[in-house]
Design a protein around this ligand. Structure first.
Ligand code: GDP
Length: 283
């Protein structure tokens, strides 16, 4: 589901987030492992100041394993606790409890010094639309209690889900707006399907993706479409034509159906059929 952001929307989302963040000790920030910086909200450092932070590199199953490691180190170097997950898998939730306690060790230690015992850590999940917040909460809480839907700023009664004797989670995730003022970011988010594709039409988006893949992941294209070697140097339009030809994307007559090929490439990428791909690395 996609949210159309506009200034009023953002103001409301920011206000709701500010209120919710006051209630918690820990902010669990979900990023898309395929584009961790692009899927990061620009204001979260400010909003989450003075809170413990846990970064979840979600959809790690769709991202390049080596790149996942690079990103993990990148965020750890910034002092964050980081866990890679496929939020759909319950088994991937195992390390979360320990990561939460590790991220909150200062608070736990402070409580202990003050003689406060058994006060659970309170946490909330935040992230841009479609990053996997509801899926994560459902898997982690182990039952279907996260409300789905992406309406920022709706009034809600906060419910706490007791996850263990040490951790309570706010049942509704905080929805953050993406960095859309940066066009490159917008393009990556559109490739991921996190924001509407109308920054670029699908043909252009797909062409950009093919261009990137032909440089960074030529073997993925080779494997999926059996592209002949000589096509790689010829640029994305030629690659798209070849994909359309090889995949029989044809209009009436025998004209190539570029639109169909473009949608197929984007879908193949989003679903993981093109293999594990990451769209950006740290500078
Ligand atoms: P939200 O808008 O942040 O709450 O995102 P959702 O939880 O609704 O997830 C958006 C889509 O991503 C759904 O189709 C999920 O099944 C899918 N999804 C969520 N997490 C993962 C993951 O770790 N791996 C994969 N492959 N898909 C995921």
């Amino acid at each position: 589901m996609q949210v159309q952001w506009y200034p009023g929307h953002m103001t409301k989302a920011r206000r709701a987030m500010k209120e919710d963040i006051k209630l918690v000790d820990l902010v669990i920030e979900l990023l898309d492992a395929r584009a961790p910086l692009s899927s990061r909200n620009p204001d979260i450092d400010e909003l989450g100041r003075q809170k413990a932070r846990l970064i979840i590199l979600n959809k790690a199953d769709l991202a390049d394993t080596r790149a996942n490691k690079v990103w993990e180190t990148y965020f750890e170097d910034k002092g964050c606790t980081v866990v890679q997950v496929d939020a759909r898998r319950r088994a991937d939730m195992k390390p979360i409890q320990a990561a939460i306690l590790s991220a909150c060790r200062e608070k736990i230690e402070r409580d202990r010094r003050r003689g406060i015992k058994n006060r659970p850590v309170r946490a909330m999940v935040v992230g841009i639309p479609n990053v996997g917040k509801s899926t994560f909460i459902n898997s982690y809480a182990g039952r279907a209690c996260a409300k789905t839907g992406n309406r920022p700023g709706v009034t809600r009664g906060n419910q706490w889900i007791r996850l263990s004797k040490d951790v309570e989670l706010l049942d509704t995730p905080g929805i953050l707006w993406p960095k859309f003022e940066d066009q490159e970011v917008g393009i990556k988010l559109a490739m991921l399907g996190s924001i509407k594709d109308d920054i670029l039409n699908t043909d252009e988006l797909s062409m950009r993706l093919l261009d990137y893949l032909s440089v960074r992941y030529p073997e993925a294209l080779r494997e999926r479409y059996q592209l002949p070697e000589e096509v790689y140097g010829k640029g994305p339009a030629e690659i798209m034509a070849e994909v359309a030809r090889l995949r029989n994307c044809l209009l009436k007559g025998s004209e190539l159906d570029y639109g169909k090929a473009a949608r197929m490439v984007i879908e193949d990428f989003r679903s993981g059929r093109l293999g594990r791909i990451t769209l950006e690395l740290p500078d």
